[in-house]
Ligand binder design. Sequence first.
Ligand code: SAM
Length: 290
Amino acid sequence: DIDRIANVIRTQDILRRHDFNFKKKFGQNFLTDHNILTKITQTAELDKTTNVIEIGPGIGSLTQYLLEEAAEVMAFEIDKTLIPILDETLTNYDNFQLVNADVLKVDLNQYIAKFAHPEYPIKVVANLPYYITTPILMHLIESKIPFTEFVVMMQKEVADRIAARPNSKAYGSLSIAVQYYLEAEVAFTVPRTVFVPAPNVDSAILKMTRRDKPLVDVQDEDWFFKVMHATFVHRRKTLMNNLQAAFGKENKAVMEIQLAQAKISPSIRAEALTIAEFGKLSDALISFKD
Ligand code: SAM
Protein backbone atom coordinates (compact mmCIF):
# COMPACT_ATOMS: atom_id res chain seq x y z
CA ASP A 1 0.00 0.00 0.00
CA ILE A 2 1.10 3.58 -0.70
CA ASP A 3 2.26 5.88 2.07
CA ARG A 4 -0.04 8.83 1.36
CA ILE A 5 1.24 12.37 1.80
CA ALA A 6 -2.34 13.61 2.00
CA ASN A 7 -3.43 13.14 5.55
CA VAL A 8 -3.37 15.64 8.39
CA ILE A 9 -0.81 13.83 10.54
CA ARG A 10 1.71 13.16 7.75
CA THR A 11 1.27 16.68 6.33
CA GLN A 12 1.94 18.28 9.72
CA ASP A 13 4.95 16.01 10.25
CA ILE A 14 6.44 17.00 6.87
CA LEU A 15 5.83 20.69 7.48
CA ARG A 16 7.33 20.55 10.99
CA ARG A 17 10.44 18.62 10.00
CA HIS A 18 11.17 21.09 7.19
CA ASP A 19 10.29 24.10 9.32
CA PHE A 20 7.88 25.22 6.57
CA ASN A 21 5.86 28.41 6.93
CA PHE A 22 2.75 28.93 4.78
CA LYS A 23 3.01 31.89 2.45
CA LYS A 24 -0.28 33.66 2.02
CA LYS A 25 0.99 35.55 -1.02
CA PHE A 26 1.33 32.23 -2.88
CA GLY A 27 -2.20 31.01 -2.07
CA GLN A 28 -0.99 27.94 -0.18
CA ASN A 29 -3.80 25.64 0.99
CA PHE A 30 -2.78 21.98 0.95
CA LEU A 31 -5.18 19.09 0.44
CA THR A 32 -5.30 16.43 3.15
CA ASP A 33 -8.32 14.37 2.11
CA HIS A 34 -7.99 11.00 0.37
CA ASN A 35 -11.60 10.97 -0.90
CA ILE A 36 -11.37 14.38 -2.55
CA LEU A 37 -8.03 13.52 -4.17
CA THR A 38 -9.46 10.25 -5.48
CA LYS A 39 -12.44 12.13 -6.91
CA ILE A 40 -10.18 14.69 -8.62
CA THR A 41 -8.05 11.93 -10.12
CA GLN A 42 -11.12 9.99 -11.32
CA THR A 43 -12.60 13.15 -12.86
CA ALA A 44 -9.38 13.61 -14.85
CA GLU A 45 -9.66 10.06 -16.30
CA LEU A 46 -5.90 9.44 -16.46
CA ASP A 47 -3.99 6.47 -17.85
CA LYS A 48 -0.39 5.47 -18.59
CA THR A 49 -0.55 7.11 -22.03
CA THR A 50 -1.54 10.55 -20.73
CA ASN A 51 0.83 13.31 -19.60
CA VAL A 52 -0.10 15.76 -16.86
CA ILE A 53 0.89 19.35 -16.18
CA GLU A 54 0.36 20.39 -12.56
CA ILE A 55 0.59 23.97 -11.31
CA GLY A 56 1.58 24.38 -7.66
CA PRO A 57 2.34 20.88 -6.32
CA GLY A 58 2.79 22.15 -2.75
CA ILE A 59 4.18 19.21 -0.76
CA GLY A 60 2.96 16.74 -3.41
CA SER A 61 -0.43 15.70 -2.01
CA LEU A 62 -2.22 15.69 -5.38
CA THR A 63 0.96 15.00 -7.37
CA GLN A 64 1.31 11.58 -5.78
CA TYR A 65 -2.13 10.49 -7.03
CA LEU A 66 -1.35 11.83 -10.51
CA LEU A 67 2.00 10.01 -10.63
CA GLU A 68 0.29 6.73 -9.82
CA GLU A 69 -2.23 7.09 -12.67
CA ALA A 70 -0.52 9.07 -15.46
CA ALA A 71 2.46 8.46 -17.74
CA GLU A 72 4.36 11.49 -16.46
CA VAL A 73 3.74 14.59 -14.39
CA MET A 74 5.49 17.91 -14.91
CA ALA A 75 4.87 20.36 -12.08
CA PHE A 76 5.59 24.10 -11.80
CA GLU A 77 6.14 25.40 -8.26
CA ILE A 78 7.03 29.02 -7.51
CA ASP A 79 8.07 28.54 -3.85
CA LYS A 80 11.71 27.42 -3.66
CA THR A 81 11.34 26.26 -0.06
CA LEU A 82 8.97 23.50 -1.32
CA ILE A 83 11.56 22.02 -3.71
CA PRO A 84 13.58 20.03 -1.11
CA ILE A 85 10.31 18.86 0.43
CA LEU A 86 9.04 17.54 -2.92
CA ASP A 87 12.41 15.90 -3.54
CA GLU A 88 11.82 13.96 -0.35
CA THR A 89 8.07 13.20 -0.56
CA LEU A 90 8.12 12.09 -4.21
CA THR A 91 11.55 10.44 -4.22
CA ASN A 92 10.10 7.04 -5.20
CA TYR A 93 8.68 8.27 -8.52
CA ASP A 94 10.77 8.33 -11.70
CA ASN A 95 7.97 9.81 -13.83
CA PHE A 96 8.10 13.25 -12.16
CA GLN A 97 9.66 16.48 -13.46
CA LEU A 98 9.71 19.50 -11.17
CA VAL A 99 10.26 23.06 -12.37
CA ASN A 100 10.92 25.78 -9.80
CA ALA A 101 9.31 28.73 -11.60
CA ASP A 102 6.40 31.12 -11.74
CA VAL A 103 4.11 29.37 -14.25
CA LEU A 104 3.01 32.75 -15.63
CA LYS A 105 6.59 33.51 -16.68
CA VAL A 106 7.53 30.27 -18.43
CA ASP A 107 7.23 29.42 -22.09
CA LEU A 108 5.19 26.24 -21.71
CA ASN A 109 5.87 25.08 -25.26
CA GLN A 110 9.57 24.69 -24.38
CA TYR A 111 8.78 22.54 -21.38
CA ILE A 112 6.26 20.13 -22.88
CA ALA A 113 8.92 19.06 -25.38
CA LYS A 114 10.69 17.55 -22.35
CA PHE A 115 8.09 14.87 -21.70
CA ALA A 116 9.50 11.40 -22.46
CA HIS A 117 6.45 10.97 -24.71
CA PRO A 118 5.52 14.45 -25.94
CA GLU A 119 3.11 12.80 -28.40
CA TYR A 120 0.77 11.67 -25.59
CA PRO A 121 -2.28 13.85 -24.88
CA ILE A 122 -1.64 16.39 -22.11
CA LYS A 123 -4.11 17.23 -19.35
CA VAL A 124 -3.83 19.99 -16.76
CA VAL A 125 -4.74 18.84 -13.26
CA ALA A 126 -4.20 21.25 -10.37
CA ASN A 127 -5.36 22.76 -7.13
CA LEU A 128 -4.74 26.31 -8.30
CA PRO A 129 -3.50 29.25 -6.22
CA TYR A 130 -6.75 31.25 -5.99
CA TYR A 131 -5.18 34.71 -6.22
CA ILE A 132 -4.22 34.11 -9.87
CA THR A 133 -6.71 31.49 -11.13
CA THR A 134 -7.89 33.52 -14.13
CA PRO A 135 -4.43 34.69 -15.29
CA ILE A 136 -3.18 31.09 -15.10
CA LEU A 137 -6.12 29.76 -17.15
CA MET A 138 -5.68 32.50 -19.75
CA HIS A 139 -1.90 31.83 -19.90
CA LEU A 140 -2.59 28.13 -20.51
CA ILE A 141 -5.27 28.78 -23.15
CA GLU A 142 -3.15 31.43 -24.91
CA SER A 143 -0.13 29.10 -25.03
CA LYS A 144 -2.09 27.34 -27.83
CA ILE A 145 -0.90 23.99 -26.46
CA PRO A 146 -3.67 21.51 -27.31
CA PHE A 147 -4.36 20.41 -23.70
CA THR A 148 -7.18 17.91 -24.05
CA GLU A 149 -8.61 18.63 -20.64
CA PHE A 150 -8.35 20.83 -17.55
CA VAL A 151 -9.46 19.47 -14.17
CA VAL A 152 -8.76 22.30 -11.77
CA MET A 153 -9.76 23.32 -8.29
CA MET A 154 -10.59 26.98 -7.77
CA GLN A 155 -12.79 29.30 -5.78
CA LYS A 156 -16.39 28.12 -6.31
CA GLU A 157 -17.53 31.57 -7.38
CA VAL A 158 -14.97 31.66 -10.21
CA ALA A 159 -15.86 28.11 -11.32
CA ASP A 160 -19.54 29.16 -11.47
CA ARG A 161 -18.66 32.19 -13.60
CA ILE A 162 -16.62 30.14 -16.06
CA ALA A 163 -19.32 27.47 -16.48
CA ALA A 164 -22.27 29.93 -16.49
CA ARG A 165 -24.99 29.86 -19.15
CA PRO A 166 -26.74 32.92 -20.68
CA ASN A 167 -29.37 34.76 -18.63
CA SER A 168 -27.66 34.12 -15.32
CA LYS A 169 -25.88 36.56 -13.03
CA ALA A 170 -22.59 34.68 -13.31
CA TYR A 171 -22.55 34.73 -17.15
CA GLY A 172 -20.08 37.20 -18.63
CA SER A 173 -16.90 37.73 -20.59
CA LEU A 174 -15.00 35.08 -18.57
CA SER A 175 -17.62 32.42 -19.38
CA ILE A 176 -17.39 33.26 -23.06
CA ALA A 177 -13.57 33.55 -23.21
CA VAL A 178 -13.29 30.00 -21.85
CA GLN A 179 -16.35 28.35 -23.43
CA TYR A 180 -15.32 29.55 -26.88
CA TYR A 181 -12.48 26.97 -26.75
CA LEU A 182 -13.58 24.53 -24.04
CA GLU A 183 -16.68 22.84 -22.74
CA ALA A 184 -16.93 23.73 -19.03
CA GLU A 185 -18.83 22.10 -16.18
CA VAL A 186 -18.57 22.19 -12.39
CA ALA A 187 -17.75 18.57 -11.46
CA PHE A 188 -18.21 18.89 -7.68
CA THR A 189 -17.82 21.33 -4.80
CA VAL A 190 -15.27 20.99 -2.02
CA PRO A 191 -15.64 22.09 1.61
CA ARG A 192 -13.01 24.32 3.26
CA THR A 193 -12.31 21.71 5.92
CA VAL A 194 -10.23 19.42 3.67
CA PHE A 195 -7.36 21.94 3.40
CA VAL A 196 -4.50 22.92 5.69
CA PRO A 197 -4.87 25.80 6.37
CA ALA A 198 -8.60 26.15 5.53
CA PRO A 199 -9.23 28.87 2.91
CA ASN A 200 -11.96 31.41 3.63
CA VAL A 201 -13.94 30.60 0.48
CA ASP A 202 -15.68 27.49 -0.85
CA SER A 203 -14.02 25.60 -3.66
CA ALA A 204 -15.08 23.62 -6.71
CA ILE A 205 -13.53 21.32 -9.25
CA LEU A 206 -14.09 22.61 -12.76
CA LYS A 207 -13.74 20.22 -15.68
CA MET A 208 -13.03 21.75 -19.06
CA THR A 209 -12.74 19.71 -22.24
CA ARG A 210 -11.25 21.05 -25.47
CA ARG A 211 -13.66 21.41 -28.39
CA ASP A 212 -12.54 20.08 -31.78
CA LYS A 213 -12.88 23.64 -33.03
CA PRO A 214 -14.03 26.91 -31.43
CA LEU A 215 -17.73 27.00 -30.58
CA VAL A 216 -18.52 29.59 -33.27
CA ASP A 217 -17.03 30.34 -36.61
CA VAL A 218 -16.30 34.10 -36.79
CA GLN A 219 -14.74 36.33 -39.44
CA ASP A 220 -12.19 37.78 -37.00
CA GLU A 221 -11.42 36.29 -33.58
CA ASP A 222 -9.87 39.42 -32.04
CA TRP A 223 -12.84 41.46 -33.17
CA PHE A 224 -15.26 38.89 -31.72
CA PHE A 225 -13.58 39.21 -28.29
CA LYS A 226 -13.43 43.00 -28.56
CA VAL A 227 -17.15 43.37 -29.34
CA MET A 228 -18.06 40.84 -26.64
CA HIS A 229 -16.00 42.65 -23.98
CA ALA A 230 -17.47 46.02 -25.03
CA THR A 231 -21.05 44.82 -24.54
CA PHE A 232 -20.37 43.76 -20.93
CA VAL A 233 -18.73 47.04 -19.81
CA HIS A 234 -21.99 48.20 -18.22
CA ARG A 235 -23.88 45.02 -17.40
CA ARG A 236 -27.14 46.76 -16.52
CA LYS A 237 -27.29 48.80 -19.73
CA THR A 238 -28.71 47.60 -23.05
CA LEU A 239 -26.67 46.20 -25.88
CA MET A 240 -27.14 49.39 -27.94
CA ASN A 241 -26.06 51.62 -25.05
CA ASN A 242 -22.83 49.67 -24.68
CA LEU A 243 -22.23 49.55 -28.43
CA GLN A 244 -22.70 53.32 -28.71
CA ALA A 245 -20.24 53.87 -25.88
CA ALA A 246 -17.69 51.68 -27.64
CA PHE A 247 -18.17 52.57 -31.31
CA GLY A 248 -19.73 56.05 -31.29
CA LYS A 249 -23.18 57.57 -30.72
CA GLU A 250 -23.14 58.88 -34.27
CA ASN A 251 -23.17 55.28 -35.54
CA LYS A 252 -26.40 54.30 -33.79
CA ALA A 253 -28.54 54.18 -36.96
CA VAL A 254 -26.00 52.07 -38.88
CA MET A 255 -25.58 49.68 -35.96
CA GLU A 256 -29.37 49.30 -35.64
CA ILE A 257 -29.54 48.15 -39.24
CA GLN A 258 -26.65 45.75 -38.73
CA LEU A 259 -28.25 44.31 -35.59
CA ALA A 260 -31.58 43.88 -37.38
CA GLN A 261 -29.82 41.94 -40.13
CA ALA A 262 -28.25 39.70 -37.48
CA LYS A 263 -31.71 39.33 -35.85
CA ILE A 264 -30.47 40.70 -32.51
CA SER A 265 -32.58 43.13 -30.50
CA PRO A 266 -30.72 46.36 -29.54
CA SER A 267 -32.68 46.64 -26.29
CA ILE A 268 -31.63 43.37 -24.63
CA ARG A 269 -28.63 43.02 -22.34
CA ALA A 270 -25.38 41.26 -23.22
CA GLU A 271 -26.07 38.55 -20.64
CA ALA A 272 -29.03 37.36 -22.76
CA LEU A 273 -26.85 36.55 -25.78
CA THR A 274 -25.56 33.06 -26.50
CA ILE A 275 -21.99 32.68 -27.71
CA ALA A 276 -23.34 31.93 -31.21
CA GLU A 277 -25.23 35.24 -31.10
CA PHE A 278 -22.04 37.07 -30.09
CA GLY A 279 -20.49 35.56 -33.20
CA LYS A 280 -23.33 36.93 -35.37
CA LEU A 281 -23.10 40.30 -33.62
CA SER A 282 -19.37 40.74 -34.17
CA ASP A 283 -19.66 39.66 -37.83
CA ALA A 284 -22.54 42.13 -38.36
CA LEU A 285 -20.47 44.98 -36.88
CA ILE A 286 -17.28 44.14 -38.78
CA SER A 287 -17.37 47.50 -40.66
CA PHE A 288 -16.38 49.19 -37.36
CA LYS A 289 -13.20 47.19 -37.01
CA ASP A 290 -10.20 49.63 -36.85
N1 SAM B 1 -1.24 20.98 -5.02
C1 SAM B 1 -1.07 21.23 -3.59
C2 SAM B 1 -2.24 20.61 -2.84
O1 SAM B 1 -3.28 20.41 -3.48
O2 SAM B 1 -2.10 20.37 -1.66
C3 SAM B 1 -0.95 22.75 -3.28
C4 SAM B 1 -2.05 23.64 -3.81
S1 SAM B 1 -1.96 25.31 -3.23
C5 SAM B 1 -3.67 25.80 -3.35
C6 SAM B 1 -1.27 26.27 -4.57
C7 SAM B 1 0.21 26.02 -4.89
O3 SAM B 1 0.59 26.85 -6.00
C8 SAM B 1 1.19 26.36 -3.78
O4 SAM B 1 2.10 25.31 -3.63
C9 SAM B 1 1.89 27.64 -4.25
O5 SAM B 1 3.19 27.79 -3.74
C10 SAM B 1 1.87 27.44 -5.76
N2 SAM B 1 1.93 28.67 -6.57
C11 SAM B 1 1.43 29.90 -6.27
N3 SAM B 1 1.65 30.78 -7.26
C12 SAM B 1 2.31 30.10 -8.25
C13 SAM B 1 2.84 30.47 -9.52
N4 SAM B 1 2.71 31.72 -9.99
N5 SAM B 1 3.48 29.52 -10.25
C14 SAM B 1 3.63 28.25 -9.77
N6 SAM B 1 3.14 27.85 -8.57
C15 SAM B 1 2.51 28.76 -7.81
